[in-house]
Design a protein around this ligand. Sequence first.
Ligand SMILES: [Zn+2]
Length: 123
Amino acid sequence: MLAISSGSSYLGFTKQYKCSNCNNVGMMSVKQTYVKQSLFLIPIANVNNNVYAQCSTCEVAFDLFKRQLIGEDKRKQELLEIMDGGKEAFKIFLNEIDHKSREDILKRLNKLGAYDLVKYYCS
Ligand SMILES: [Zn+2]
């Protein structure tokens, strides 16, 4: 049987930002949406889509890649810098969640090329 599920997964936290929607100042969650397809419980496809930052107070999501003109490498670099600002807090978060979710997040970060962050979280 073909099953499709979708949702979002944490990637990290940002540094302190002021939310333009509710004016709260704090770290935002960096999340990635995904679509998973499986056939008889065997995963056959895992499509990762948007990466966005979400305010922890009002939960409004901000697209991190609004500027379409910058290239893929530049975007990736920008994302890594955004997540670097919240890495201490995210390391604590990772140590508090279950093993499987932690592995899943580290795999996503690896795919994004966030090797320095993965190294930091595993140290
Ligand atoms: Zn907000």
